[in-house]
Design a protein around this ligand. Structure first.
Ligand SMILES: [Zn+2]
Length: 250
C-alpha cells in the first residue's frame, strides 16, 4: 500500500499549502467566508493593506519591526504566541501602546491536526487570551491557528470565546519562515499587493532577520503606491458587505 500512502501524504501537503486543513468536517472557503467565521482578506475599494506578524514576540526582531512601522506610520497586527508573551511582556506592551493590534496565536504554537483534546484547544486559546489582555489591556478578538490548520471544532471554540479566525490572502503568503531570501519576500508582497490584502509574515523566525530587511523595502514602496497599512480591525471596518461582527473596540 506504499504508493497510496505517498499519494495521500502528497494530497495532504497540497491541501495544507493551499490553506485547507486536510481533516474531516471542513467546508469550503465560501462557506466560512459568507458566515464571517474565517477571513482570508477583505475586498474593498480603498488602498488599505493589513500586515500581520506571527510567532513573536522576539527580542531581536520585533522591536526593529516596530521601529520600521513607526517610521512609515504603518500599523500592523501581531499574532502572538502566549508563552513568548509571558517571556517578553514589555514587547507586547509596546505593540499595543504604539497602536498595533495584538491577537491570539495559541499558547505553545500547537497545531490543530484534528486529534487534539478539547481541553487542550481551550487552554491554548484561553491562557493566551488572558495573558494578552493582562499585558496589553486589549482583549484580543482575532485568532490565527498555527500553520493555518483549522476544523469545525476549532472554529466553533474560537467563536464561543468571541474570536474570529483570521488567515491570510493566498497570494500574500511570504513564506518568510523558511528564510527564502530578502528579495523573494519583497517581490511576493509587492508583485501581488492589492486592496484589502492580509499579508502573512513572521516577527520570530529562528536565526533570520530577512523579514526585517524585506520590510525596509516593502514599507516605503507600498506607501509610495498610496497604500495605508492598517490593523486587521481597521481593515474590517472598511470591508464591503463584511459579515464579521466587530462590536465595540476594547
Ligand atoms: Zn505560527
Amino acid at each position: 500500500m506504499r504508493p497510496t500512502g505517498i499519494a495521500l501524504l502528497a494530497l495532504s501537503a497540497l491541501l495544507a499549502t493551499s490553506g485547507f486543513a486536510p481533516y474531516p468536517q471542513t467546508n469550503s472557503r465560501k462557506h466560512y467566508e459568507s458566515r464571517g467565521e474565517i477571513v482570508w482578506e477583505v475586498p474593498m475599494d480603498e488602498k488599505l493593506i493589513a500586515l500581520t506578524f506571527d510567532d513573536g514576540p522576539d527580542p531581536k526582531t520585533t522591536e526593529r519591526i516596530l521601529d520600521l512601522l513607526a517610521k512609515y506610520e504603518a500599523k500592523a497586527t501581531f499574532f502572538v504566541v502566549g508563552r513568548r508573551a509571558e517571556r517578553f511582556p514589555e514587547i507586547v506592551r509596546r505593540e499595543a501602546l504604539e497602536g498595533h493590534e495584538v491577537a491570539n496565536h495559541t499558547y505553545t504554537h500547537m497545531y490543530f491536526n484534528g486529534r487534539n483534546r478539547l481541553q487542550d484547544i481551550a487552554s491554548e486559546m484561553d491562557r493566551t487570551g488572558e495573558k494578552l489582555t493582562e499585558i496589553s489591556g486589549q482583549q484580543p478578538r482575532w485568532f490565527r491557528p498555527p500553520g493555518g490548520f483549522y476544523n469545525e471544532t476549532v472554529i466553533r471554540m474560537a467563536k464561543e470565546r468571541g474570536y474570529t479566525v483570521i488567515l491570510w490572502s493566498w497570494h500574500q503568503d511570504t513564506r518568510d519562515w523558511v528564510a527564502p531570501g530578502v528579495g523573494r519576500i519583497v517581490r511576493k508582497v509587492l508583485t501581488n499587493a492589492r486592496n484589502g490584502d492580509i499579508v502573512l509574515m513572521h516577527d520570530h523566525v529562528e536565526g533570520s532577520t530577512q523579514t526585517v530587511e524585506a520590510l525596509e523595502q516593502i514599507l516605503p514602496e507600498l506607501s509610495r503606491r498610496g497604500y495605508r497599512m492598517v490593523t486587521v480591525s481597521e481593515l474590517m471596518r472598511h470591508g464591503k458587505s463584511n459579515p464579521v461582527r466587530l462590536g465595540n473596540p476594547h
